[in-house]
Write a protein that binds this ligand. Structure first.
Ligand SMILES: Cc1cc2nc3c(=O)[nH]c(=O)nc-3n(C[C@H](O)[C@H](O)[C@H](O)COP(=O)(O)OP(=O)(O)OC[C@H]3O[C@@H](n4cnc5c(N)ncnc54)[C@H](O)[C@@H]3O)c2cc1C
Length: 374
């Protein structure tokens, strides 16, 4: 089988499928394993997914969140620390694990298109400037938010939003084990964050809706906070709105999607690493056992809950955020810190049980959403 895309989701899928005894070939358009730096924050679930291989990419641990809005703040201590990982370390580690399991990696090889043939799929690629054709019984598209595999196989395009972050010197008043989040609804329906990657450096980021506005907002925010960007990281990331079926039959062959290509991203926080790995486990189950995977059903529930949270928050105005931060009483904060974001349904119920007035605030957000542009 062939996997298109040698990044987080593709390499994790490759390792799982190859470990199950199938021949796996990964096609990656980049010339080699030198992904640009990207500071990522993930929950502790990452460690359970990767086991010993996780250690190499972890650069810091986060023990507390501080939420800010309109002069108010709330602190949320985390029972299990979040992990800060560096993508330029993660990808080579995943590649090593995939190769160790028997997968073959082809760099400088771009997927161009596919068509059915007698036994499966004809896969057109460009490699080292030359066009070639490969055969595959099944193909996995792990080629990111603008997946060419998805388009070639008839999946509709998915909506994306811009995410930008600047690497800055960690401000003196910010502890290296604390992530800060600012809700500024005039700038973005999402939020700003400051994620320390070491005692010296942090990533200050924003998710926006329009690329140019997002850049203007982050520059203004940096200037307001007196921070200088040392380097920039950014890309468009998918917005999960509904479940993307991961499997399609094309002639006698099968095509699967995983990771950003299938919008497997928690839309409330736009985290896609842990969810992409869960999608990879689901695809590996489907390929190796031809069975519906419990992991995929759980992932689908998880992504839906994040969509519900996002729909609620998306229409919040300043007054709603102020109320939200005020309503986070001690016991609601404790639940937020005890249960991580990759168990969002459990998290939501616990928080609401501890502070029922949040339900009314949430309903208000949903109703405003229905009355607004959508
Ligand atoms: C700045 C930034 C910060 C982020 N922060 C976080 C975070 O804190 N926590 C978190 O969980 N997530 C975060 N994300 C999201 C996360 O990085 C993505 O969800 C994740 O990297 C998606 O992995 P993927 O393997 O599905 O796709 P990608 O990483 O997009 O990989 C796709 C791969 O396919 C290759 N490819 C594309 N087209 C072709 C082709 N035609 N032929 C061959 N190869 C091809 C590409 O070169 C690439 O290697 C962030 C994203 C950005 C941009």
């Amino acid at each position: 089988m062939v996997i298109v895309g040698g990044s987080a989701a593709g390499l994790f899928t490759a390792a799982k499928v190859a470990a199950g005894g199938r021949q796996v070939r990964v096609l990656e358009s980049k010339p080699g394993l030198a992904p640009p730096s990207r500071t990522l924050i993930v929950t502790d679930h990452f460690r359970q997914q990767l086991g010993a291989a996780a250690t190499h990419s972890i650069v810091n641990e986060i023990r507390r969140f501080e939420l800010f809005t309109d002069g108010r703040s709330a602190q949320v201590p985390l029972a299990k620390p979040d992990l800060i990982i560096e993508r330029s370390r993660l990808i080579p580690e995943l590649a090593k694990t995939a190769e160790h399991a028997g997968a073959k990696l082809d760099f400088d090889t771009r997927f161009l298109g596919l068509s059915p043939n007698g036994h499966g799929l004809k896969v057109q690629v460009e490699s080292g400037g030359e066009r070639r054709e490969l055969h595959a019984d099944s193909l996995v598209g792990a080629d990111g938010a603008t997946s060419r595999v998805a388009r070639a196989s008839g999946w509709p395009p998915i909506e994306t939003v811009p995410l930008m972050q600047a690497i800055v010197r960690l401000p003196k008043d910010c502890a290296p084990d604390t992530t800060r989040v600012w809700f500024v609804p005039d700038d973005t329906p999402y939020f700003y964050w400051l994620v320390p990657e070491s005692p010296e450096r942090a990533a200050l980021g924003i998710i926006g809706e329009d690329g140019r506005d997002t850049k203007r907002c982050i520059e203004r925010f940096l200037a307001k906070k007196g921070m200088e960007p040392l380097e920039w990281q950014g890309a468009r990331i998918p917005v999960y709105k509904k479940w993307v079926p991961i499997r399609r039959k094309i002639g006698n062959g099968e095509v699967f999607l995983v990771g950003d290509a299938a919008a497997q991203v928690k839309v409330s926080t736009v985290g896609g690493i842990v969810t992409g790995f869960r999608g990879a486990i689901g695809v590996a189950d489907a390929i190796l056992r031809n069975s519906a995977s419990e992991e995929l059903s759980a992932l689908r529930r998880e992504l839906r809950t994040h969509w519900l949270i996002r729909r609620t928050l998306h229409h919040f105005q300043q007054g709603d955020y102020s109320q939200l931060v005020d309503l986070l009483n001690a016991s609601a904060r404790q639940s937020l810190g005890e249960i991580h974001r990759d168990e969002s349904t459990k998290l939501l119920w616990q928080v609401v049980r501890k502070q029922p007035r949040l339900v009314l605030l949430g309903l208000r957000g949903l109703l405003m959403g229905n009355g607004g542009k959508g």
